[in-house]
Write a protein that binds this ligand. Sequence first.
Ligand code: PLP
Length: 577
Amino acid sequence: MLENPVSETFLLESFIDSPALNSKLEVEAALKQLPAVSAKSLHLSQTAFKQFNISTEKNYKNAPIATLNPSKPLKAETESLLKCATAVLPEEKKQVSELEQVPIQTLISTYFSFMILLIFAHVRDLLGKFFYPDQYKSLKEQDGYAPLISDFESLWNRRLYTRISDVFNRPITGVAGGHVNLLERTSKDNNRTFQLTGKKTNVLNLASYNYLGFAQSQGYCADQVEKMILEHGISTCTSRLHGGHTSLLSQTEQLVANFVGTEDAIIISMGYSTNSSVLPLLVQKGCLLISDELNHSSLVAGSRLSGATIAVFKHNNPEDLEQVLRKSISQGQPRTHRPWKKILVVVEGLYSMEGELCNLRGIIALKQKYKFNLYVDEAHSIGAVGKRGRGICDLLNIDPKQVDILMGTFTKSFGAVGGYIAGNKSLISMLRLMAHTSVYAESMPIPVLEQVASSLRLIMDDVPECKGEGLARINQLADNSAYFMGKLKQMGFLVLGSKGSPVVPLLLFNPGKIPAFSHECTKRNMAVVVVSYPATPIISGRVRFCLSASHTREDLNLALKHIDEIGDLLQLKLLKK
Ligand SMILES: Cc1ncc(COP(=O)(O)O)c(C=O)c1O
């Protein structure tokens, strides 16, 4: 027990900032230490208790009655801090508990359906190989050469993916804004090939990562881009080191650094290769790279290319990360057991397949304890979350300097392409000289750079003629995301994702419902992305709605009406009371 009474402010701050909020046991332990229960601290701790399902009576049964009834409202600032903390930390728990509510028959029927599909696939292949050996030549050894295509992958593609491939890679035309033109296509050979019918349909676009709605062909950004093309052309036709380092590139890099709150930043012309080319420069043989199990494939590629030893921790779970750290640090390098040269932990700010925000507070608390370097991929969180749109650190009120490497892409919130790495000057200078994507890859084209720079200026409210536009977009996105997710939950759908996430995954489970959902949406003029195994665990096939500031309330209401109908049709409202 603490011996001296602790001030109310301290209690509040310690509750919000404390890494103890990461686990039920630690919250319980921390709360036992509280010497006096004030109205405010009680309110906060009760919220923490609720998030972790801890009974308040157990801890407060001796508290004076008056304190159990907080009368004074919490300061707005404190409330928003609390919202941030609670919005993120308990998500994993929430997701688990929502999954626990899935009726057992849904789980059984999903596994059963996959089993039937696989049995049929194997039987058809077996018969096919016997009766039509010529058609299966590529899967067999030929003249002593091993087949290049692995059998199971090929089986999966031919027998499962191709059957429903009409719902993937659908061609579109025009600007991929809030609405988009879908090109109708048909297939005469069971989806092996497609033919365009020539028909175009304007549909509501719930499929693009156009979070702030900057993917548009008019407005400030488009005008600026046009102006820059007239002044500077399209491309420098070479890499940064060979004459492609323009003043626009320098200015945009500085703008990115100012925006994310670091000393410097480097821009790379592709988001995927930002990760895959930079990670190998940060860790090598003798180093340990610890990766969240659901990290994006670009992070996985970079990790593998680095040559470092790779360890994986359970998705968004600092407790498991701590176990991995303790074990790895105590064991040291394989065989020699020497200490690791360095340890790099790699996570994402917002996991796009789950719509889940990173538990960054918990990870930073561990960073301070175990002194590892931290790499956060903000591809989906930059621009899309935080009061000022500055990503996960902005949302959680964390100083960006606490993260060693902040990575992000311009493909999502900025309506452009490419990626950046932000950090301290010496790190960025090293990357400019060493990263093959800086030395050999062509510099970012002028129109793309200008799209990034002008959208950043709008978000930072630095354009006098468009005062408030960037912030309005950030607020609109937050509003749209909260409204849409809230309504889906009210309808009884099983929805994953953190509060405030612009990606809202709705679980479909059964493999037959995945194409059916997509077809029903297309019939109702909505473009959506459905995702299934192997991109998700086999059980949790889903539709992933991506919200945008360019969606109006009418758009969302119409979409919700249609989804409601489809939910009844396909019996997807698993949590309906
Ligand atoms: C987390 C994450 N990192 C990196 C990338 C790669 O970015 P890009 O698509 O801009 O190449 C993506 C792409 O979606 C992503 O989701």
